[in-house]
Design a protein around this ligand. Structure first.
Ligand code: AMP
Ligand code: MG
Length: 470
């Protein structure tokens, strides 16, 4: 049986230059690992039975109204420009509307080879598929803009990544999959007509209030600034902030070797391929600004009066540090119980972060414990913390209801690395119970429903590095 939904495929109505039509490659024995029924309902996707989920979201059956295609893009990967990337293992089925009337992409990840696969097999294995599923849904529950997960389906086929691993397909849902790299590919090729067309498309779809490329740039910068501050506030490290993984809509996309950190360190890196720490936790603001500079450069290729345009675009990108700083202050202010933080409150926040870093305090649990007598348990240097606490209490005495502010800014549970790893290992062995348990707790992250999931890893459980897993 087929699923029932109304596709309206605006991207497929753009000229051929933007994509290649390609159908998913069928898999041997699709089996549903996870399905997000709430999200399906919100998207008005009607699924008659499990067989329909398995066949449609493995790519075995192209649903009525879908128009599968692979999108073209390029990108700076770790600072180096690659002129052509594109969806090498992702296939856009089409677009549907959610209950708020927002157009959403339905995309299969790991659905087989496309003309942009280069040397790759077009597949994904179960580990990264379930990782992205849990991570993106956790991010959504935290209230941070993100792509979402609709389904994870095992393919019944092995794929090879040094060893044989079970294959899977993830269906993700995003405001769109337009990236900085989507613009770069046409800018670098000097295809200004396509660039202008794409700009108009993105404005219509995401920023209808923007009146031209400059205000579009300003709007994208603003959303990126908010996004980065939000990531910082929950200890999230994206890991691969390449321009091809930087969404124009301002959502978190392309969950690869990302992680939420346990013990706090500004320089924390998890990705095994990020040798230089380019995308370290504390470097994320700089990298977002760098990405916006590349975006500005790409957009400029379509603007006539170059000097004036360069000046204006540069000025816009130069507002990013202040915007991120302001968003960061608002987020971290709330985390310590200050609802309208002033500039000088940044010192109080930074003093706490310094103590946390010195003592390797757990990021999530320390903020969660603030305002309770037990907070000092998170520190080895308790005296130093008590000094900070005194200053903090003096400051929040001026606030209305600091504990309520903290309770809504400090999650109790995040997808900790070691739990993700345990979940994946269990799933590979056919046991989805840890997945279900994680999903349940992470659905309401500001309420502690499963204390054991809030526990930091024991030394033996620590996962120091995460892998791209492509
Ligand atoms: P990512 O690191 O997942 O953001 O991917 C970077 C680029 O490599 C994108 O163009 C992907 O489509 C492509 N890619 C990653 N894994 C595969 C794969 N297994 N097969 C084909 N292309 C891939
Ligand atoms: Mg990517």
């Amino acid at each position: 049986m087929d699923i029932k939904t109304s596709f309206d495929n605006s991207f497929a109505r753009l000229p051929d230059a933007f994509y290649t039509h390609v159908a998913p490659t069928a898999v041997r024995a699709p089996k549903v690992l996870a399905f997000n029924a709430d999200l399906a309902r919100d998207l008005a996707i009607d699924v008659p039975d499990e067989e329909a989920i398995a066949s449609v979201f493995s790519g075995n059956r192209v649903p009525q109204g879908a128009m599968p295609l692979a999108q073209l893009y390029a990108g700076h990967q770790f600072g180096n420009y690659t002129p052509q990337l594109g969806d090498g293992r992702a296939i856009l089925l089409g677009e549907v509307f959610d209950s708020k009337g927002i157009r959403r992409d339905l995309q299969l990840k790991g659905a087989g080879r496309t003309p942009y696969s280069r040397g790759g097999d077009g597949r994904a294995w179960l580990g990264p598929v379930l990782r992205e599923y849990v991570m993106s849904e956790a991010m959504h529950a935290l209230g941070i803009p993100t792509s979402r997960a609709l389904a994870a389906v095992a393919t019944g086929e092995d794929i090879y990544r040094e060893t044989a691993l079970p294959g899977a397909v993830l269906t993700r849902v995003a405001a769109s999959h337009l990236r900085v790299g989507t613009f770069q590919v046409f800018a670098h090729r000097g295809q200004t007509e396509e660039l202008a067309r794409l700009t108009q498309y993105a404005i219509t779809r995401h920023y209808p209030e923007a009146d031209g490329p400059m205000s579009f740039l300003r709007a994208v910068c603003a959303r990126q600034a908010e996004l980065i501050a939000a990531w910082m506030s929950v200890g999230f490290i994206h890991g691969v902030m390449n321009t091809d993984n930087c969404s124009i809509s301002g959502e978190t996309i392309d969950y690869g070797p990302c992680a939420f950190m346990d013990d706090f360190h500004m320089g924390r890196v998890f990705s095994s391929i990020d040798q230089q720490g380019r995308y370290a936790y504390g470097n994320q603001p700089n990298m977002a600004i760098w990405n916006m500079a590349q975006f500005a450069t790409a957009l400029l290729q379509q603007m006539g009066d170059k000097d004036a345009a360069v000046k204006e675009a540069t000025a816009i990108v130069h507002t990013m540090p202040d915007q991120i700083e302001a968003a960061w202050l608002r987020r971290f202010g709330a985390k310590i119980g200050i609802s309208s933080p002033k500039e000088q409150d940044a010192d109080l926040i930074n003093d706490l972060l310094d103590l946390m870093q010195k003592d390797g305090a757990d990021f999530t649990n320390t903020f969660r414990a603030l305002g309770t007598p037990q907070a000092h348990d998170q520190f080895t240097d308790r005296t130093a913390f008590e000094t900070w606490r005194a200053a903090h209490e003096a400051r929040i005495a001026q606030e209305n209801d600091p504990r309520a502010v903290m309770a809504t800014a400090n999650p109790a549970v995040i997808p900790r690395n070691h739990r993700m790893e345990q979940m994946i290992q269990a799933a590979v062995a056919g046991d989805m119970a840890p997945f279900t348990r994680l999903m349940k707790a992470l659905a309401s992250p500001y309420t502690l429903t499963d204390p054991d999931l809030a526990r930091p890893p024991t030394p033996a459980e620590v996962i120091p590095a995460t892998f791209c897993g492509t």
